[in-house]
Design a binder for this molecule. Structure first.
Ligand SMILES: [Zn+2]
Length: 445
């Protein structure tokens, strides 16, 4: 808990700085049909658009969108994080937003009933259900415009942040179009040459460099000897730098970076070590999620036209795959700290829509009384715990049903312009539609 409070304060300090900058550059929303290159021009043309919109719900317009995702964060996972962190009477920050609903998670896979993260994120990013493994394409494999691309077209800054490989399925669904989520070097290439997010922060350096070029993160490290550069599209770090990105690979570099376009790769693969309890499981990202998000906000909030920022905590899903409740809770706490940062930004910039989503649930976890007589499962799905309930003498166990995903709905909370459209039951594709309506003037949808 102590570490948690400290990180939260660090996040708050970062926000204070960028809030001052944001106020100086302009309190008026601007939307531009053209590209965001010339901020003054887009600001001027944006004024007319705003006046026209104001008569029919312009106050609903979200200049900025911060979309936060707990990968694999179903209701049971969210409650696990709450109970273990805040106790029975406490509340997570992510549960304090004004609006709440739930979203069905179905994909349009011809073989599997339950979605994967690629199809789940594609439903959120494009409003189209597709087959599992598909990234930013419809069920026929055709590219579909994403919320990030919509934002870019409206002149907004854009960013992707994840503790997974930044080319992993969820962020990829916002900035790339491929039929196979594992085509990660192609996803990276599309980021640089096509969708061009201003900020890319996460893991996955292995996909940006060809075999034999280890880069800043050495090949075959002791903690995971299989990790090594395996890019298929040449040296994409150099390509990024040619295209104007500042490249950083550690926390210090990120803190010092001051470019308007930023690429940070902070691990060979994920920014944590996915494993069962006591078998090399580590959640200790080179840069905490909240610090990546703070830096991303610092950069994208300089754009007068606003921004779209997607921030993901991947470790909730990946540790649930290993039925590792301890690390699932830790990752959930990291997400909650990041939601606090987003809400502090939103308080200073009320024209910001903040939403917290989960693409699917993972592990089929159940919070249970500690009971030696109760079946525990075996191997990967054995019970975890007991865990203390803060503020009580009580303990609970976590039982797991599967090492895979499960098909229930996931909670969604939201605050800011357009948030009310996200209350109540939603399809995953509705989430896209609500964000798009909030973010774009009528003529841009
Ligand atoms: Zn998963």
């Amino acid at each position: 808990m102590a570490a948690r409070t400290t990180i939260r304060r660090a996040g708050a300090a970062a926000v204070t700085v960028l809030v001052a900058a944001g106020t100086a550059v302009g309190a008026t929303a601007g939307h531009d049909a053209g590209r965001g290159g010339d901020q003054t021009a887009s600001q001027q043309s944006g004024h007319r658009g705003d006046d026209r919109d104001r008569g029919r719900g312009g106050k609903d317009r979200a200049r900025n969108v911060i979309m936060l995702q707990g990968d694999g964060m179903g209701l049971a996972a969210r409650e696990l994080i709450r109970l273990a962190t805040e106790g029975k009477d406490g509340r997570l920050v992510m549960d304090s937003l004004d609006e709440a609903g739930w979203t069905a998670t179905d994909s349009a896979d011809p073989e599997d009933a339950v979605t994967d993260s690629a199809a789940g994120a594609t439903a959120f990013s494009t409003g189209v259900r597709t087959f599992n493994g598909a990234v930013g394409v419809d069920a026929d494999g055709n590219p579909v415009p994403t919320l990030l691309e919509d934002a870019k077209r409206a002149g907004k800054a854009t960013g992707l942040v994840s503790t997974a490989q930044i080319t992993d399925a969820s962020p990829a669904a916002f900035g790339a179009h491929v039929t196979d989520r594992y085509d990660q070097s192609e996803i990276a290439r599309q980021y640089l040459e096509e969708s061009r997010p201003d900020v890319l922060l996460g893991g996955g350096e292995d996909f940006w460099l060809p075999a034999g070029e280890p880069g800043a993160w050495p090949d075959n490290p002791a903690e995971d000897p299989e990790e090594q550069s395996k890019g298929t599209e040449g040296n994409l770090v150099e390509r990024a730098q040619e295209l104007g990105y500042t490249y950083v690979s550690d926390a210090e570099g990120l803190a010092d970076a001051d470019g308007r376009r930023l690429l940070g790769l902070f691990a060979n693969e994920e920014m944590f070590q996915q494993a069962n309890e006591g078998e090399g499981d580590v959640y200790s990202p080179e840069v905490p999620l909240v610090d990546m998000a703070a830096k991303a906000l610092d950069v994208v909030s300089r754009d007068r036209d606003g921004f779209f920022l997607f921030v993901e905590e991947e470790a909730i899903d990946e540790f649930a795959h290993r039925s590792n409740a301890t690390r699932t809770i830790e990752a959930g706490q990291a997400l909650d700290e990041t939601v606090a940062l987003a809400l502090e930004f939103q308080e200073k910039h009320p024209d910001t829509l903040v939403l917290v989503v989960g693409d699917h649930a993972t592990g089929g976890l159940a919070i249970e009384n500690v009971d030696a007589e109760d079946e525990s499962g075996e191997g990967a799905t054995a019970e975890d715990g007991p865990f203390p309930v803060p503020g009580t003498d009580l303990e609970f166990s976590v039982d797991w049903t599967t090492g895979g995903h499960t098909g229930e709905a996931t909670p969604i909370t939201a605050q800011g312009p357009g948030a009310e459209r996200l209350s109540g039951p939603q399809l995953n594709t509705d989430v896209h539609d609500a964000v798009q309506r909030a973010m774009l003037p009528r003529g841009h949808r």
